[in-house]
Design a protein around this ligand. Structure first.
Ligand SMILES: NC(=O)c1ccc[n+]([C@@H]2O[C@H](COP(=O)([O-])OP(=O)(O)OC[C@H]3O[C@@H](n4cnc5c(N)ncnc54)[C@H](O)[C@@H]3O)[C@@H](O)[C@H]2O)c1
Length: 316
Protein backbone atom coordinates (compact mmCIF):
# COMPACT_ATOMS: atom_id res chain seq x y z
CA UNK A 1 0.00 0.00 0.00
CA UNK A 2 1.33 3.44 -0.92
CA UNK A 3 0.68 6.76 0.79
CA UNK A 4 1.58 10.18 -0.58
CA UNK A 5 1.80 12.89 2.11
CA UNK A 6 1.70 15.78 -0.34
CA UNK A 7 1.69 18.60 2.23
CA UNK A 8 3.96 16.76 4.69
CA UNK A 9 3.23 14.63 7.75
CA UNK A 10 4.95 14.40 11.16
CA UNK A 11 7.56 11.67 11.60
CA UNK A 12 5.28 9.98 14.16
CA UNK A 13 2.80 9.26 11.35
CA UNK A 14 5.45 8.02 8.93
CA UNK A 15 6.89 5.67 11.56
CA UNK A 16 3.46 4.21 12.42
CA UNK A 17 2.54 3.71 8.75
CA UNK A 18 5.90 2.17 7.80
CA UNK A 19 5.70 -0.15 10.79
CA UNK A 20 2.36 -1.37 9.45
CA UNK A 21 3.96 -2.07 6.05
CA UNK A 22 2.92 1.06 4.13
CA UNK A 23 5.26 2.87 1.76
CA UNK A 24 5.13 6.60 2.60
CA UNK A 25 6.16 9.09 -0.09
CA UNK A 26 7.16 12.44 1.41
CA UNK A 27 7.17 14.58 -1.67
CA UNK A 28 5.26 17.71 -2.66
CA UNK A 29 3.96 17.07 -6.14
CA UNK A 30 2.73 20.18 -7.97
CA UNK A 31 -1.05 20.35 -8.28
CA UNK A 32 -1.00 20.02 -12.09
CA UNK A 33 1.22 16.90 -11.93
CA UNK A 34 -0.66 15.22 -9.12
CA UNK A 35 -3.08 13.09 -11.18
CA UNK A 36 -0.21 11.63 -13.26
CA UNK A 37 1.89 10.97 -10.18
CA UNK A 38 -0.93 9.19 -8.33
CA UNK A 39 -1.67 7.01 -11.37
CA UNK A 40 1.97 6.20 -12.16
CA UNK A 41 2.62 5.10 -8.58
CA UNK A 42 -0.86 3.58 -8.14
CA UNK A 43 -1.25 5.32 -4.80
CA UNK A 44 -3.83 4.08 -2.30
CA UNK A 45 -3.85 7.07 0.05
CA UNK A 46 -3.48 10.80 -0.56
CA UNK A 47 -2.78 12.91 2.52
CA UNK A 48 -3.04 16.69 2.38
CA UNK A 49 -3.24 19.68 4.69
CA UNK A 50 -4.72 22.89 3.32
CA UNK A 51 -2.44 23.47 0.32
CA UNK A 52 -3.31 20.59 -2.03
CA UNK A 53 -6.73 20.66 -3.73
CA UNK A 54 -8.57 17.37 -4.10
CA UNK A 55 -11.37 18.13 -6.54
CA UNK A 56 -13.77 16.05 -8.65
CA UNK A 57 -11.37 15.91 -11.64
CA UNK A 58 -8.64 14.31 -9.53
CA UNK A 59 -11.08 11.94 -7.84
CA UNK A 60 -12.46 10.82 -11.24
CA UNK A 61 -9.00 10.46 -12.77
CA UNK A 62 -7.38 8.43 -9.97
CA UNK A 63 -9.17 5.06 -9.53
CA UNK A 64 -6.46 3.63 -7.25
CA UNK A 65 -7.27 6.08 -4.41
CA UNK A 66 -9.00 4.47 -1.44
CA UNK A 67 -8.48 7.15 1.20
CA UNK A 68 -8.12 10.93 1.16
CA UNK A 69 -6.84 12.24 4.48
CA UNK A 70 -6.69 15.79 5.77
CA UNK A 71 -4.26 16.51 8.60
CA UNK A 72 -6.29 19.03 10.60
CA UNK A 73 -9.88 20.21 10.64
CA UNK A 74 -11.24 22.17 7.65
CA UNK A 75 -11.86 20.20 4.46
CA UNK A 76 -12.64 23.17 2.18
CA UNK A 77 -9.91 21.94 -0.22
CA UNK A 78 -11.49 18.50 -0.70
CA UNK A 79 -14.71 17.58 -2.55
CA UNK A 80 -15.70 15.40 0.39
CA UNK A 81 -19.22 14.32 -0.60
CA UNK A 82 -18.16 13.56 -4.16
CA UNK A 83 -15.22 11.44 -2.96
CA UNK A 84 -17.53 9.53 -0.61
CA UNK A 85 -20.04 8.96 -3.42
CA UNK A 86 -17.21 7.27 -5.35
CA UNK A 87 -16.50 4.94 -2.44
CA UNK A 88 -13.38 6.78 -1.23
CA UNK A 89 -13.03 7.20 2.54
CA UNK A 90 -12.32 10.76 3.62
CA UNK A 91 -10.69 11.18 7.01
CA UNK A 92 -9.43 14.11 9.10
CA UNK A 93 -8.15 14.74 12.62
CA UNK A 94 -10.57 17.24 14.14
CA UNK A 95 -9.46 16.99 17.78
CA UNK A 96 -5.68 16.83 17.38
CA UNK A 97 -5.01 20.56 17.54
CA UNK A 98 -7.68 21.73 20.02
CA UNK A 99 -5.31 22.16 22.96
CA UNK A 100 -2.73 23.94 20.79
CA UNK A 101 -5.32 26.53 19.75
CA UNK A 102 -6.48 26.89 23.38
CA UNK A 103 -2.92 27.58 24.51
CA UNK A 104 -2.46 30.18 21.77
CA UNK A 105 -5.60 31.94 23.02
CA UNK A 106 -4.01 32.11 26.45
CA UNK A 107 -0.64 33.17 25.06
CA UNK A 108 -2.50 36.15 23.60
CA UNK A 109 -4.56 36.77 26.74
CA UNK A 110 -1.61 36.66 29.13
CA UNK A 111 0.32 38.90 26.76
CA UNK A 112 -2.53 41.34 26.19
CA UNK A 113 -3.25 42.04 29.86
CA UNK A 114 0.43 42.98 30.43
CA UNK A 115 0.90 44.74 27.03
CA UNK A 116 3.62 42.25 26.02
CA UNK A 117 2.90 42.58 22.31
CA UNK A 118 3.60 46.33 22.53
CA UNK A 119 6.43 46.06 25.03
CA UNK A 120 8.20 43.51 22.84
CA UNK A 121 8.20 46.07 20.04
CA UNK A 122 9.29 49.07 22.11
CA UNK A 123 11.89 47.54 24.45
CA UNK A 124 14.32 46.72 21.60
CA UNK A 125 13.86 50.24 20.20
CA UNK A 126 13.88 52.37 23.36
CA UNK A 127 14.38 50.09 26.35
CA UNK A 128 17.84 51.49 27.07
CA UNK A 129 16.95 55.19 26.88
CA UNK A 130 13.28 55.24 27.94
CA UNK A 131 13.15 52.45 30.48
CA UNK A 132 11.24 54.48 33.09
CA UNK A 133 8.72 55.84 30.56
CA UNK A 134 8.04 52.33 29.25
CA UNK A 135 7.77 50.98 32.79
CA UNK A 136 5.08 53.60 33.46
CA UNK A 137 3.32 52.92 30.14
CA UNK A 138 2.96 49.23 30.91
CA UNK A 139 2.30 49.57 34.64
CA UNK A 140 -1.47 49.13 34.63
CA UNK A 141 -1.72 45.47 33.76
CA UNK A 142 -4.37 43.15 35.15
CA UNK A 143 -4.53 39.48 36.16
CA UNK A 144 -6.62 36.85 34.39
CA UNK A 145 -7.33 34.97 37.61
CA UNK A 146 -10.80 35.78 38.91
CA UNK A 147 -11.96 37.27 35.60
CA UNK A 148 -14.72 35.85 33.40
CA UNK A 149 -14.02 34.41 29.96
CA UNK A 150 -16.95 34.20 27.55
CA UNK A 151 -16.58 31.41 25.01
CA UNK A 152 -18.62 31.61 21.82
CA UNK A 153 -18.75 28.16 20.22
CA UNK A 154 -18.42 25.42 22.84
CA UNK A 155 -17.19 22.55 20.66
CA UNK A 156 -13.77 20.94 20.77
CA UNK A 157 -11.60 24.06 20.90
CA UNK A 158 -14.09 26.06 22.98
CA UNK A 159 -14.04 23.32 25.63
CA UNK A 160 -10.23 22.99 25.43
CA UNK A 161 -10.04 26.74 26.03
CA UNK A 162 -12.40 26.38 29.00
CA UNK A 163 -10.04 23.80 30.53
CA UNK A 164 -7.09 26.18 30.36
CA UNK A 165 -9.25 29.03 31.70
CA UNK A 166 -10.44 26.95 34.66
CA UNK A 167 -6.85 25.98 35.39
CA UNK A 168 -5.91 29.66 35.47
CA UNK A 169 -8.72 30.39 37.95
CA UNK A 170 -11.16 32.10 35.60
CA UNK A 171 -14.94 31.81 35.55
CA UNK A 172 -16.18 30.32 32.28
CA UNK A 173 -19.44 31.28 30.57
CA UNK A 174 -20.29 29.93 27.14
CA UNK A 175 -22.80 30.14 24.30
CA UNK A 176 -23.40 27.48 21.66
CA UNK A 177 -26.71 27.09 19.83
CA UNK A 178 -26.21 23.32 19.58
CA UNK A 179 -24.72 22.47 22.99
CA UNK A 180 -26.72 22.91 26.20
CA UNK A 181 -24.15 21.61 28.64
CA UNK A 182 -20.59 20.28 28.60
CA UNK A 183 -18.71 18.07 31.00
CA UNK A 184 -15.16 19.37 31.45
CA UNK A 185 -12.55 17.19 33.11
CA UNK A 186 -9.29 18.83 34.21
CA UNK A 187 -6.51 16.27 34.45
CA UNK A 188 -3.43 17.08 36.51
CA UNK A 189 0.10 15.72 36.22
CA UNK A 190 -0.25 13.54 39.31
CA UNK A 191 -3.43 11.78 38.19
CA UNK A 192 -5.88 13.98 40.09
CA UNK A 193 -8.92 15.14 38.19
CA UNK A 194 -11.43 17.90 38.81
CA UNK A 195 -14.79 17.88 37.05
CA UNK A 196 -16.94 20.80 35.97
CA UNK A 197 -20.30 20.92 34.24
CA UNK A 198 -20.81 24.10 32.28
CA UNK A 199 -24.33 24.90 31.10
CA UNK A 200 -24.33 27.25 28.15
CA UNK A 201 -26.23 30.54 28.39
CA UNK A 202 -27.51 33.03 25.81
CA UNK A 203 -25.10 34.92 23.60
CA UNK A 204 -26.34 38.23 25.08
CA UNK A 205 -25.62 37.03 28.62
CA UNK A 206 -22.14 35.87 27.63
CA UNK A 207 -21.38 39.23 26.01
CA UNK A 208 -22.67 41.14 29.04
CA UNK A 209 -20.81 39.08 31.64
CA UNK A 210 -17.42 38.42 30.06
CA UNK A 211 -14.22 40.34 30.70
CA UNK A 212 -12.74 38.49 27.72
CA UNK A 213 -14.47 36.91 24.74
CA UNK A 214 -12.90 34.05 22.78
CA UNK A 215 -14.44 32.84 19.53
CA UNK A 216 -14.44 29.15 18.59
CA UNK A 217 -17.16 28.94 15.97
CA UNK A 218 -16.93 27.60 12.41
CA UNK A 219 -16.93 29.90 9.39
CA UNK A 220 -20.49 31.04 8.66
CA UNK A 221 -22.60 33.47 6.68
CA UNK A 222 -22.41 36.80 8.43
CA UNK A 223 -20.47 38.02 11.43
CA UNK A 224 -20.81 36.48 14.90
CA UNK A 225 -19.41 39.70 16.40
CA UNK A 226 -20.19 43.07 14.87
CA UNK A 227 -21.23 46.53 16.11
CA UNK A 228 -24.37 45.41 17.98
CA UNK A 229 -22.43 42.67 19.82
CA UNK A 230 -19.56 45.04 20.69
CA UNK A 231 -22.16 47.42 22.13
CA UNK A 232 -23.42 44.66 24.48
CA UNK A 233 -19.96 43.95 25.92
CA UNK A 234 -18.46 45.25 29.14
CA UNK A 235 -16.58 48.48 28.59
CA UNK A 236 -12.88 47.65 28.28
CA UNK A 237 -13.38 43.95 27.48
CA UNK A 238 -10.79 41.95 25.55
CA UNK A 239 -11.51 39.72 22.57
CA UNK A 240 -9.63 36.90 20.82
CA UNK A 241 -10.32 35.39 17.42
CA UNK A 242 -8.41 32.16 16.74
CA UNK A 243 -11.36 30.63 14.87
CA UNK A 244 -11.81 31.83 11.30
CA UNK A 245 -11.40 35.15 9.52
CA UNK A 246 -14.83 36.68 8.92
CA UNK A 247 -16.45 35.76 12.22
CA UNK A 248 -15.47 39.17 13.68
CA UNK A 249 -16.33 42.31 11.72
CA UNK A 250 -12.84 43.85 11.56
CA UNK A 251 -14.08 47.36 10.73
CA UNK A 252 -16.40 47.24 13.77
CA UNK A 253 -13.47 45.91 15.85
CA UNK A 254 -11.23 48.86 14.95
CA UNK A 255 -14.08 51.23 15.89
CA UNK A 256 -14.80 49.39 19.17
CA UNK A 257 -11.11 49.75 20.10
CA UNK A 258 -11.15 53.44 19.16
CA UNK A 259 -14.32 53.98 21.23
CA UNK A 260 -12.81 52.21 24.26
CA UNK A 261 -15.39 49.38 24.25
CA UNK A 262 -12.58 46.93 23.56
CA UNK A 263 -9.30 47.51 25.39
CA UNK A 264 -7.33 44.80 23.66
CA UNK A 265 -7.89 42.28 20.91
CA UNK A 266 -5.93 39.32 19.59
CA UNK A 267 -6.20 37.93 16.09
CA UNK A 268 -4.74 34.71 14.72
CA UNK A 269 -7.10 34.70 11.72
CA UNK A 270 -8.14 37.48 9.36
CA UNK A 271 -10.90 38.29 6.89
CA UNK A 272 -8.32 39.00 4.22
CA UNK A 273 -5.76 36.21 4.64
CA UNK A 274 -2.95 36.17 3.64
CA UNK A 275 -2.98 39.99 3.36
CA UNK A 276 -4.58 41.29 6.57
CA UNK A 277 -5.73 44.90 6.64
CA UNK A 278 -2.95 47.33 7.56
CA UNK A 279 -5.24 49.06 10.11
CA UNK A 280 -5.23 45.80 12.08
CA UNK A 281 -1.50 45.18 11.69
CA UNK A 282 -0.60 48.71 12.84
CA UNK A 283 -3.01 48.85 15.80
CA UNK A 284 -1.06 48.76 19.06
CA UNK A 285 -4.06 47.33 20.92
CA UNK A 286 -4.08 44.18 18.82
CA UNK A 287 -1.88 41.17 19.54
CA UNK A 288 -1.18 39.41 16.26
CA UNK A 289 -0.18 35.96 14.99
CA UNK A 290 -0.27 34.62 11.41
CA UNK A 291 -2.80 31.72 11.72
CA UNK A 292 -0.60 29.49 13.87
CA UNK A 293 -3.25 28.14 16.26
CA UNK A 294 -2.70 24.49 15.33
CA UNK A 295 0.98 24.84 14.53
CA UNK A 296 2.69 23.06 17.41
CA UNK A 297 4.95 20.04 17.27
CA UNK A 298 2.61 18.17 19.61
CA UNK A 299 -0.44 18.84 17.43
CA UNK A 300 1.44 17.80 14.28
CA UNK A 301 2.55 14.58 16.00
CA UNK A 302 -1.02 13.84 17.12
CA UNK A 303 -2.26 14.57 13.58
CA UNK A 304 0.33 12.16 12.11
CA UNK A 305 -0.49 9.43 14.62
CA UNK A 306 -4.27 9.83 14.23
CA UNK A 307 -4.06 9.69 10.44
CA UNK A 308 -1.87 6.59 10.61
CA UNK A 309 -4.23 4.85 13.05
CA UNK A 310 -7.27 5.58 10.88
CA UNK A 311 -5.54 4.50 7.63
CA UNK A 312 -4.31 1.27 9.17
CA UNK A 313 -7.74 0.39 10.58
CA UNK A 314 -9.50 1.14 7.25
CA UNK A 315 -7.08 -0.74 5.00
CA UNK A 316 -6.17 -3.62 7.26
N1 LIG B 1 -6.40 29.22 14.52
C1 LIG B 1 -6.20 28.02 14.02
O1 LIG B 1 -5.12 27.71 13.54
C2 LIG B 1 -7.30 27.00 14.06
C3 LIG B 1 -6.96 25.64 14.15
C4 LIG B 1 -7.99 24.70 14.21
C5 LIG B 1 -9.32 25.12 14.12
N2 LIG B 1 -9.61 26.46 14.00
C6 LIG B 1 -11.00 26.91 13.92
O2 LIG B 1 -11.57 26.88 15.21
C7 LIG B 1 -13.00 26.81 15.08
C8 LIG B 1 -13.59 25.82 16.06
O3 LIG B 1 -13.10 24.52 15.81
P1 LIG B 1 -13.60 23.25 16.65
O4 LIG B 1 -12.72 22.12 16.30
O5 LIG B 1 -13.81 23.63 18.06
O6 LIG B 1 -15.05 23.03 15.97
P2 LIG B 1 -16.33 22.30 16.62
O7 LIG B 1 -17.19 21.95 15.46
O8 LIG B 1 -15.88 21.23 17.55
O9 LIG B 1 -17.02 23.45 17.50
C9 LIG B 1 -17.61 24.59 16.92
C10 LIG B 1 -18.85 24.89 17.76
O10 LIG B 1 -19.36 26.17 17.36
C11 LIG B 1 -20.77 26.11 17.51
N3 LIG B 1 -21.36 27.22 16.75
C12 LIG B 1 -21.69 27.27 15.44
N4 LIG B 1 -22.16 28.49 15.15
C13 LIG B 1 -22.15 29.21 16.30
C14 LIG B 1 -22.53 30.54 16.63
N5 LIG B 1 -22.99 31.37 15.71
N6 LIG B 1 -22.37 30.95 17.91
C15 LIG B 1 -21.89 30.10 18.86
N7 LIG B 1 -21.53 28.82 18.59
C16 LIG B 1 -21.65 28.40 17.33
C17 LIG B 1 -21.13 24.73 17.01
O11 LIG B 1 -22.40 24.32 17.50
C18 LIG B 1 -19.99 23.89 17.56
O12 LIG B 1 -20.32 23.29 18.80
C19 LIG B 1 -13.26 26.48 13.61
O13 LIG B 1 -13.61 27.67 12.93
C20 LIG B 1 -11.92 26.02 13.11
O14 LIG B 1 -11.78 26.25 11.75
C21 LIG B 1 -8.62 27.39 13.98
Amino acid sequence: MKVLANDGIATSGVVALEKAGFEVILKTVAQEQLINFINEKELDVLLVRSATEVRKDLIDACPSLKIIGRGGVGMDNIDVEYAKSKGIKVINTPAASSHSVAELVFAHLFGMVRFLHDSNQNMPLEGDIKFKELKKAYAKGIELKGKTIGILGFGRIGQATAKVALGVGMKVVAFDPFIDSAHIELKFYDGQTVNFTIDTISKENVLEQADFISLHVPAQDGYVISTSEFNMMKKGAGIVNAARGGVIDEVALIKAIKDGIISNAALDVFENEPSPEIQLLMNKNISLTPHIGAATKEAQNRIGEELATQIISILE
